[in-house]
Design a protein around this ligand. Structure first.
Ligand SMILES: [Zn+2]
Length: 130
């Protein structure tokens, strides 16, 4: 028997159960995209007052990842990291909305325009309706 797949199965999220705890809950991607990435809010987050409860007194914050860092060097190396770049890519995607879920369930339409029937199909529709 050959070797079972053990390579290339490692990813950065190892401690899934600890990360899923309510007290460790981080901000969601749609919260970050809609609220935090607004320029005014971003400036507010990047210049927070001294907070002794937070790592690095709350002075080194990455807005995209909603995460505090101890030092400026740590934050700078984080900005160059794979985790941060992946996060930026995820933030570029459209956030999941209620409309999208309704479309997936077949409740909504792709667009808000009224349904148009091609001219060739008009008589077919008429014959079905009568
Ligand atoms: Zn980041």
């Amino acid at each position: 028997m050959g070797r079972l797949r053990r390579s290339r199965v490692h990813n950065a999220r190892r401690d899934v159960h600890r990360a899923a705890r309510t007290r460790a809950r981080a901000r969601d991607l749609d919260q970050i995209k809609i609220i935090d990435l607004d320029p005014k809010r971003r400036a507010e987050l990047e210049s927070q007052p001294l907070d002794f409860e937070r790592p690095g007194l709350g002075q080194h914050y990455c807005v995209e990842c909603a995460k505090y860092y101890e030092t400026d060097a740590a934050l700078n190396s984080h900005w160059r990291s794979k985790v941060h770049k992946r996060r930026c890519k995820q933030l570029k995607a459209e956030p999941y909305t209620i409309e999208e879920s309704e479309r997936a369930a077949g409740l909504g339409r792709e667009d808000r325009r009224p349904l148009r029937v091609p001219a060739v199909m008009q008589n077919v529709v008429a014959s079905v309706e009568t």
